[in-house]
Design a protein around this ligand. Sequence first.
Ligand SMILES: Cc1cc2nc3c(=O)[nH]c(=O)nc-3n(C[C@H](O)[C@H](O)[C@H](O)COP(=O)(O)OP(=O)(O)OC[C@H]3O[C@@H](n4cnc5c(N)ncnc54)[C@H](O)[C@@H]3O)c2cc1C
Length: 645
Amino acid sequence: MNSRVPDGPIEDKWKRHKAEIKVVSPGNKKKLEIIVIGTGLAGSSAAASLGELGYDVKVFCISDSPRRAHSIAAQGGINAAKNYQNDNDSVYRLFYDTVKGGDYRSREANVYRLAEVSNQIIDQCVAQGVPFAREYGGMLANRSFGGAQVSRTFYARGQTGQQLLLGAYGALNRQIQAGTVKSYPRHEMVELVLINGEAKGIIARNLMTGGLERFGANAVVLASGGYGNTYFLSTNAMNCNGSAAWRCYQKGAYFANPCFAQIHPTCIPVHGDQQSKLTLMSESLRNDGRIWVPKSLDDVKAVRDGKLKGSEIPEERRDYFLERRYPAFGNLVPRDVASRAAKERCDAGYGVNQTGLAVFLDFSTTLAKPGGKDYIESHYGNLFQMYQKITDVDPYKEPMMIYPAIHYTMGGLWVDYNLETTIPGLYAIGEANFSDHGGNRLGASALMQGLADGYFILPYTIGDYLSGKIMEPHTDVKATEFDEAEKAVQDRIAKVFAVNGKTPVDYFHKKLGRIMWEYVGMARDEAGLKKAIDEISALRKEFWSDVRVPDTQMEFNQELEKALRVADFFDIGKLMAMDALQRRESCGGHFRTEMQTPDGETLRDDEHFSFVGAWEYKGEGAEPEMHKEPLEFKYCKLAQRNYKN
Ligand SMILES: Cc1cc2nc3c(=O)[nH]c(=O)nc-3n(C[C@H](O)[C@H](O)[C@H](O)COP(=O)(O)OP(=O)(O)OC[C@H]3O[C@@H](n4cnc5c(N)ncnc54)[C@H](O)[C@@H]3O)c2cc1C
């Protein structure tokens, strides 16, 4: 593995790299074909930018329209180091906060570049017409997110992802109209095709007809999102899956830090067995919402029994546990820290709902101020409405009840500084790669990363590779490599139908999710992780002997789609557990109960675990091999994360 991080001072690396890498002339760009998998913020921005540059682009997504990608669900905002608040923000501070927020398990050079291009993203989106919130005087507004002591988050009420995606989708459509991009909605990439070890195409399943189709290119870009749905219940869209990345892994792309999954502290708690989705309450709410549980177990019992409402408990009987434990950051500590603190209170018996797995998120302090209700409405109106619709409780009157849930995956395909995987010609961007967030992603940083990759990094770095492909003939989709790839897909589909069992796919997915949450969730230990590996293997076996997939391949068949994805979730879940087992330290969202400080914080082991763990597939049934990319910290001082003072 060569991360290809350029030499020189960190502030100059990207500038110099751009100046030194090769470019493709305009006349040659149109001869080169690029496949982009995914139309979330990463994929749409990349496809639009590559099209605008003149490449011949094909873009694929599962949904019926590119603009229905999961990115549309993003609520709270996007970070940038504009320093509009004059509160002493800077590129360097954003860089440092992000490395520290990730518990020192990300690559410094990549994170610095991310902070550097963050400001360009805002300019680009404003130029597209993204309606960011503005101050009275017209200046773009900012709010705060976890892990930062400055206000650097740009937002559009609680619909930032939707507005950003509309911007990217507009740019994409412009290219579709111009003929530089061809869009393939409802087409699922089901295999990657390599020719002479390089990524040269894909096999896609047309989800409407069920037919398998071949597409060739000079390079493939994976922007297929994260694998959080391994846990079944998560805040991710139901369609999110890890299968495209898994296909690439099985073809030789290393999978990095699979165990780094993010648990978001503020989600609507699980409320029953029949639930298939969890709803996020944006982190932005922690700007004005205060998190607490009652101080006394009597009050807890009264709340659970319905004899007392949260709003009736007076101030002095409330434990604002984040403000108590972390005075410097208060309710705006990073997500992993806030989630663990909520779990600690609930484990101690202070959970406020029937299951004991909920804490209060309370806006009464802000609502009591003059103009408080208008302020809350204008900043979080749609989130309040969403909460009321789901729970039938009016959050203007009663505190919300929230609990942590799986939300994001920091792990993903290993990429070098150019965002290229270990397969030449295969790039990974957005949540699909592992690159910038280490052990914990700070809020409002995923949108920043997806758009940085798509608008400002990949369009440059891919030219370095493609400049060597100008004389290459178009990829021939009749080549034997395509025959073999298509046959592999056909065999996989036949195998899943051949089981002809009795049990629906969701049964297995739910069961997998319970194993993952129990043993590979917020707290992990050696015995639990070993148990998870055994139980996942047993469940996988059961799946392959009893799953029932109705109907046929050659039609719109969502059970088949799910079955193929769940088959991969078993393998992804197992790799996550294996990775968590080898990482005998706690860092970010990866909390090994054996390794913690006396006050319950993560205890890293920098001497032995300051590396990226990148897994190499070794074939069906064989143990994968882990490679280490050592992490060097020249600019950020390795330290125990401190959000207390
Ligand atoms: C509820 C919620 C709120 C969030 N709020 C914020 C926020 O406020 N700020 C922030 O920074 N982050 C937020 N995030 C995280 C952020 O939204 C995501 O990390 C980000 O949008 C991922 O973008 P992406 O382009 O990488 O992937 P996605 O948006 O997940 O897009 C993946 C694309 O890949 C396609 N795809 C997948 N597999 C295949 C396949 N096999 N073949 C073809 N196409 C495929 C899908 O159809 C889709 O188009 C939030 C996440 C959630 C769940």
